[in-house]
Design a protein around this ligand. Structure first.
Ligand SMILES: Nc1ncnc2c1ncn2[C@@H]1O[C@H](COP(=O)(O)OP(=O)(O)OP(=O)(O)O)[C@@H](O)[C@H]1O
Ligand SMILES: [Mg+2]
Length: 268
């Protein structure tokens, strides 16, 4: 594993009008790392994730992707200081995103959904895009559904298409925003299984999740946020088994109470 970060955030902040939703956010993600963002609703997890590929314009600090500053060329952080869309696309080229609500086009087949970012976004020839789409669908176990429309798929299958679409562009870093939280409980595991297999293949990921056991098992680093700030961060074992802050202890309590697994055995 290289020590050069693939993604680095330094003092990143973001406001919506007078409402400061992200402050002083620092993160270093090396190739092959899996980072989980956890925290209560409204703590800024999605905002932080979206700033990592400039789907949200951060207005303080710096986001670096593979050694390049994302979104701005100078020191100004106003809307007028933003780089051109073409430049932003160039810098975030290694990054792709998986959304909570899948965001599939209902009028397109599964294959067309996976091809869309390649053909429309990356201007790839259709034959080549089709080959990559079919490879990605194979990777998530959905080759047989390539010609189906999303409405004919279960939620778990739809999210696996969402993951295939993010994979088809051959990213080096994937951002996942609560990829299983829109699913019925019995469909969660098939999606976690796909994410686990990507992790096994060495994919670098930053994931917002409420699946604490999964985060504990898969992450190299866990970041606990509240009110737009990082409260506690570290490796999963100490963070889950011996949280330092009262706030994290309080946040984890319902999960420990719900869990049937004895506390000492949570971390494999
Ligand atoms: N487009 C927006 N305009 C104004 N405020 C926003 C916007 N998007 C998010 N916010 C606010 O920013 C704060 C952080 O929101 P964010 O969606 O990042 O939280 P979250 O941690 O992802 O929450 P959840 O777990 O519910 O998804 C919240 O107070 C939210 O109301
Ligand atoms: Mg969110």
């Amino acid at each position: 594993m290289s020590n050069l970060p693939l993604l680095e955030l330094r003092g990143v902040g973001k406001s919506y009008g007078a409402h400061r939703v992200l402050s002083g956010f620092d993160l270093r993600v090396s190739p092959g790392e899996i980072v989980s963002l956890i925290g209560p609703s409204g703590s800024g997890k999605t905002t932080a994730l979206r700033c990592m590929n400039f789907l949200e314009r951060y207005d303080e600090g710096e986001v670096w992707i593979d050694g390049q500053l994302l979104g701005y060329s100078g020191t100004g952080r106003a809307a007028a200081d933003c780089d051109s869309e073409a430049r932003v696309d160039e810098v975030r080229h290694p990054v792709s995103m998986v959304f909570q609500q899948f965001n599939l086009w209902p009028h397109m087949t599964v294959r067309q959904n996976v091809m869309a970012p390649l053909v429309l976004g990356k201007k790839m020839a259709k034959d080549e895009a089709r080959t990559l789409a079919d490879l990605a669908l194979g990777r998530v176990g959905l080759s047989a559904k390539a010609d189906a429309y999303p409405a004919r798929l279960s939620g778990g299958q739809q999210q696996r298409v969402g993951i295939a679409r993010a994979l088809a562009v051959k990213p080096r870093l994937m951002l996942l925003d609560e990829p299983t939280s829109a699913l019925d409980p019995e469909l969660v595991e098939e999606v976690l299984q796909v994410i686990r297999s990507l992790a096994d293949d060495g994919m670098t990921m930053v994931m917002v999740t409420h699946e604490m056991s999964f985060a504990a098992q898969i992450s190299s680093q866990v970041v606990f946020m509240e009110a737009g700030r990082i409260v506690e961060t570290g490796a999963p074992e100490p963070l889950f088994n011996a949280p330092e802050t009262e706030r994290l202890q309080q946040f984890l309590k319902p999960w420990f109470n719900r869990s049937l697994t004895p506390r000492a055995q949570v971390i494999p």
